[in-house]
Design a protein around this ligand. Structure first.
Ligand code: SF4
Length: 488
């Protein structure tokens, strides 16, 4: 090992559900965190940044310490010898534990530079720089800034002026440099998935075929939901990768033996023309992937659904959020319950499974709107649903609303990661319902939706393989435990 190694570390986390935490800022805010169904996402943003950082003089090493604790322990045993920097993608919920990990690393190797990137450093740089263990913050998209920073550090060049970087002035105050221009998506490398732990078992309850991987073929979202970090993080713009580049990555994924893809684009369905070119290419090359993508109920049509189904899609995930049209307006969602009714009915007709994301606890929520939402979800009949309590995330309008009323929220990193989205965090200032009440309603919603003989029979009738059966049993056991006992 040379002295030019940079460690891209997905740090260890303690507590139940640690492996279910998603640090990505993708999907906006409320999808971060533990999933009742047991979902684990393979790292993607970290992997892309790590791949992009490779250059003359820098040899990045990737480590998911949650999946490879022995490898992490080996680095501790050798005091991180040979590394000049450690880069960690930090989310609001993982921030405090990430800082503890960096303190541990620096106690063993004081010369190593500690770098944070991701949503929390981007939206809360002053707070992050109060932690003296942190040397540099990379703001917004990490790839180009990290690459330049690591290159400059190895060459001993000054970095203080680098665009996209934040650091401390000599007097300890925060220095926040100008933002960097957003990357052109086709200029990003194909993430090197061979850096992932060999044979790692990233479980996902809605995936049909393992092993599965994730892809990001666009960044940003045309919508502006006020609880979501994605629009702001990406400068209220959307960018797509070309069909050619997407197909190139799919060829690589196929070569590596993956059988299913989870497209993690915020709104994959928004790019119909580009997507049709991808589907044509897949058909021409005989690519046999099953896949899942995110869609909005107002940004998809029947043609798209049919083309998606033909190209191997088996599930569309929609942010339904609520069964109240008034609350959809409050959330600035830009959709209506009628559009959701249409999208779920059409997907069912076309033969696509659907997943509905639901939020409780936003502005104006009441027990009546919660009852209305549960009834609405049963009416539109998604294949699966997740109910989560709204968490105010830095970088969103909702966070600013809460912070104005309750400045004690500080940087928002005090929420309980283990109970994220199943316990309330400052929701009382939004809607008057207590955290305990919202937690009870979440359990009730899971029970009312999932513990129904008709639902269970329908799910069982759709299972087509032993592999699907096994995945469904694990996910079903997790969901049932929560629905019946409130414990995860
Ligand atoms: S639709 Fe709304 S919640 Fe989903 S990614 Fe776009 S802005 Fe965020």
């Amino acid at each position: 090992m040379t002295a030019k190694n940079a460690l891209f570390l997905k740090p260890p986390l303690s507590g139940a559900g640690a492996r279910n935490v998603v640090r990505d800022f993708l999907y906006g805010c409320w999808c971060n965190g533990r999933r009742i169904g047991g979902m684990q996402m393979p790292p993607l943003t970290e992997l892309t940044a790590c791949t992009h950082a490779r250059q003359d003089g820098v040899e990045p090493v990737f480590l998911d310490a949650l999946v490879e604790p022995e490898r992490f322990q080996a680095l501790i045993d050798t005091r991180f010898e040979g590394f000049f920097a450690v880069a960690v993608m930090s989310s609001t919920q993982s921030f405090r534990q990430d800082v503890e990990t960096l303190e541990r690393v620096k106690a063993l190797n004081p010369g190593i530079k500690a770098i944070l990137f991701g949503s929390h450093p981007t939206f809360m740089p002053e707070y992050c720089l109060q932690e003296t263990v942190v040397d540099y913050l990379v703001l917004r998209e990490p790839e180009d800034t990290l690459r330049e920073l690591l290159g400059a550090l190895t060459r001993g060049e000054p970095v203080d002026e680098l665009a996209g970087l934040a650091l401390r002035h000599p007097d300890g105050s925060a220095r926040i440099n100008e933002h960097r221009a957003f990357v052109t998506m086709d200029n990003l490398p194909i993430p090197d998935r061979t850096l992932l732990p060999a044979g790692a078992d990233y479980f996902n309850p809605v995936v049909k075929r393992l092993p599965y991987t994730t892809m990001q073929t666009s960044r940003g979202c045309p919508a502006r939901c006020n609880y979501c970090t994605a629009p702001t993080f990406y400068g209220n713009k959307t960018r797509v990768r070309s069909a050619e580049k997407v197909l190139e990555e799919m060829r690589e994924i196929k070569r590596l033996g993956y059988r299913e893809i989870f497209f993690r684009d915020e709104t994959f369905s928004a790019y119909k023309g580009r997507n049709f070119k991808i589907f044509e290419g897949m058909a021409a090359e005989g690519m046999d992937f099953s896949w899942i993508a995110n869609a909005r109920v107002d940004m998809i049509d029947e043609d798209s659904m049919r083309a998606m189904k033909k190209a191997g899609c088996h599930m569309l995930k929609f942010g339904v959020e609520t069964g109240s049209d008034e609350m959809l307006v409050t959330y600035k969602k830009g959709t209506t319950t009628d559009q959701a009714r249409w999208a779920f009915a059409k997907a069912r007709e076309v033969g696509l499974d659907t997943h509905a994301h639901i939020i409780f606890g936003g502005p104006g929520e009441s027990l009546d709107t919660i009852r209305q939402t549960i009834a609405f979800v049963k009416e539109i009949r998604p294949s699966t649903v997740t109910f989560g309590i709204l968490t105010p995330y830095p970088g969103t309008e909702i966070f600013d609303m809460v912070a104005e009323k309750q400045p004690e929220i500080l940087d928002g990193s005090g929420s309980n990661m283990e109970n994220l989205h199943t316990s309330g965090f400052f929701n009382e200032s939004l809607c008057g319902l207590s955290g305990d009440e919202l937690s009870r309603q979440i359990v009730r919603a899971y029970r009312e939706f999932y513990v129904r003989p008709g639902y269970l029979l329908e799910r069982l009738s759709k299972i087509r393989s032993f592999e699907e059966l096994m995945i469904s049993l694990v996910a079903g056991a997790n969901v049932m435990q929560f629905a019946l006992t409130g414990r995860k």
